[in-house]
Design a protein. Sequence first.
Length: 369
Amino acid sequence: MSSSGSAAVAEAVVVAESYPMNGGDGTYSYNKNSHFQRVATNVARATINEAIAERLDVKRFSPALTTFRIADLGCSVGPNTFIAVQNILEAVRHKYESQGLSSQLPDFQVLFNDHAANDFNTLFASLPSDRPYYAAGVPGSFHGRLFPKASLHIAHSSYALHWLSKMPKELVDPNSPAFNKGRVHYTSAPREVSDAYASQFAKDMVTFLSARGEEIVSGGIMVLVMSGIANGIPHSRVPSGVMFDLLGFSLMDMAKEGIISEAQVDTFNLPVYATSPDEMTALVGSNGCFSIERMDLAAPKSKLDDSVGGHACMLHLRAGMEGIISKHFGSEIIDDLFDRFLRKTEEFSDHLNSAFLQGSQLVAILKRI
């Protein structure tokens, strides 16, 4: 390998924890239980279409451009990633046509990215047979460089950026003010715990934005859809916060019964963080590579059917969290744990449904300067 090639690989290497969704196509797979994320994609669709129609300057790329590249960061196993990229591709195609550039329409390539531990077999086995694009897989953490310099025209990420690259060590240090004893998240924890999460999220976003700043062409667009929270709103009032609290309660009940130990709970924390518009605005501003074209906070509940059932919440959470829970506590507790969680959702159903009315989905449209 040449020295330049070695340097590029070294620059791309990032040590990050991997939190793969449940693979395959079984009862508890992400493939079968990602309805909430699909609703999120549909909620964001109009915003994305508008951004591409108004902000993407395709004349700037044509006629020299032969391949238009779209990256989906944190693609998981589908089917949501296929829906999202198809929506984007159709909006780009319409933009070319509306500008009288149909004859200059380039080939489309979609780059599906996720950790190497992701179930790419299921992903590629379910690729649409009639897809109007060339597909490729790109394994690796999006918290570092993944693509050549100035090679992407649109980068998209939906419900992936809220996953932290690693957990702050102080959360499991009994001598730290941020020691998260008896809880698995910052939702109802002291300020020091949520500050530790926020600090790690900020570090992750610094590396993420820096990497994308290198990879996205000038004038290109980045679409970020993630768990969010309104400025100044307690985390205990958003859906993920309520569900993570109920999961923590269930684990502590099991600890009190001696099924697991309290020490196991004390050393386990869910590696997800919901950011606010103010936080994201500050992080994008400090990076300096992107302008904020739009930043919205939506309540996906408006697109869900009536009340949000506890069973649907259980399947959703199990598809996403079973892997990291099993790794820490052992797979033998999983059925019992989620049975308990389901009962908790029934007990706290009013609180859960109230939380789903809050704005909990952040959509940020950024343009590479």
